[in-house]
Write a protein that binds this ligand. Sequence first.
Ligand SMILES: NC(=O)C1=CN([C@@H]2O[C@H](COP(=O)(O)OP(=O)(O)OC[C@H]3O[C@@H](n4cnc5c(N)ncnc54)[C@H](OP(=O)(O)O)[C@@H]3O)[C@@H](O)[C@H]2O)[C@H](O)CC1
Ligand SMILES: [K+]
Length: 499
Amino acid sequence: MRGELLPVSAEMRRWDAETITSGTPGIDLMRRAGRAVADVILSEARWRSAPVLVLCGPGNNGGDGYVVARLLAEAGRRVRVAAFGGELRGAAALAAADWPGPVLPLEDAVPDPADLIVDALFGTGIGRDLEGEVAGIVGRVSDSGAAVVAIDIPSGVDADSGQVRGVAIRAGRTIALAARKPGHLLQPGREYSGCVTVADIGIPSEVSHGAGVLTVANEPAAWLATFPRPGSISHKYDRGHAVVLSGGPSHTGAARLAARGALRIGAGLVTLVTSARALSVNAAHLTAIMIRVCDEPDELSDLLMDDRFNAVALGPALGIGETTRAWVAAVLESDRATVLDADALTSFAGDAQALADLIGAGREHPVVLTPHEGEFARLFGKGTGLSKLDRARRAAADTGAVVVLKGPDTVIAAPDGRAAINENGSAYLATAGSGDVLVGLITGLMAQGMDAFEASCAAVWLHAAAGGRFGPGLIAEDLPDLMPGELRLLLTAGDVTSA
Ligand SMILES: NC(=O)C1=CN([C@@H]2O[C@H](COP(=O)(O)OP(=O)(O)OC[C@H]3O[C@@H](n4cnc5c(N)ncnc54)[C@H](OP(=O)(O)O)[C@@H]3O)[C@@H](O)[C@H]2O)[C@H](O)CC1
Ligand SMILES: [K+]
């Protein structure tokens, strides 16, 4: 996979174990981790005179904490250590033995507002909800208002899911060891992590890249290499022909937003398919986008016999029920790159298997599903106990489609296990019609031949970048027309950062 890898805790344990097997003792990794955290603290002017309270847990995260405590004390800082749990083992025991000062029981630790708190209670090894004395210290830290630096991940945040295990530390700063984890990007973990930086602790790249991690942060590095660029002799037909289905006479706007999105992202041609009854309202609003009338799914099947129509989107404002299921069936049987959104998904509520059967195993062209959480739950159930990442991955594997599970931390998952977590989302995108434009962007990129997973990642990122950069006052109509600016930045600026 291209892009920044986000290992889950089991993968992290493998990185750790393989690095140790290849000749680096665990205590060396722990000392590098502690050194990196201590260096960050010592380099921050605002923490120069703050007394430090290090909270150590019973595992290796606690071990990192003892290293930080020792290094800060050696640098002349006033340091208290409070610890929870019984006897330490392995590298953590060695690190604790190197701490020359006293260790308070956790229940005696009283954080002061002037303290800098180093959270080394739990990292990737959290196995259950926090309760009792650990829950108590989390509450006292929060009540104190003291600044908090978390080692690896704030204690109480599940590194795999971003979920809070009962209670969690809220950190202003988190130093992730070796890599960010999904829990740093998924909500609410992202909120609890504050500003996250990654410390290199010397995991060899053969280990991290050989481990088959399939989750990445959704950034241009993950998909820019395959982003379509017109060649100097491109014909409009080389850039694909996207088709978008319109709703009835009083529900036509959503499809036009999607169609304009597809055109702006670079599809060579876009055709809006409308019923005869909705023709005049659609025709009154369209110029570069072409129109075809289809009143029945069979007519659309006939249209799609022409294989120049190579990507189709349907669902926005189409209506819920059997009629929409018939349109979906006609499109899926035509085996074109397809995006199903909104009513095309809800029409299969509680019957994801029927949709999976229509998508089928032997198709040549990909399908993308773009549910928000409500649509996802109606289609696939709540998936209680599973992380957002796992729910999206499972739905993708079960349906054979790329799943774009939307939200402030949109997850894009492919049937082959690849997944990306988006982090440049903006609250300004929560506006009527914004999802319709996203459908058009994905469709337009697939029309240009981009891989469905990468097209979905790119569309989600560009959509969010445009929304964030525009900011207050954004309406869905703005989004397609913001694409030229975003594309210019993306394709000409080299290194691109999100809005
Ligand atoms: N990744 C690397 O290369 C390195 C990581 N380091 C650091 O190590 C931690 C992960 O260490 P690990 O020991 O696996 O896990 P933790 O320290 O997070 O916690 C495990 C201990 O905590 C107990 N536990 C778990 N949940 C609870 C809870 N809710 N209440 C009480 N106690 C809990 C657990 O006990 P069990 O009974 O479940 O066994 C363990 O005792 C990683 O995050 C990094 O900080 C290395 O230092 C450097 C290399
Ligand atoms: K921690």
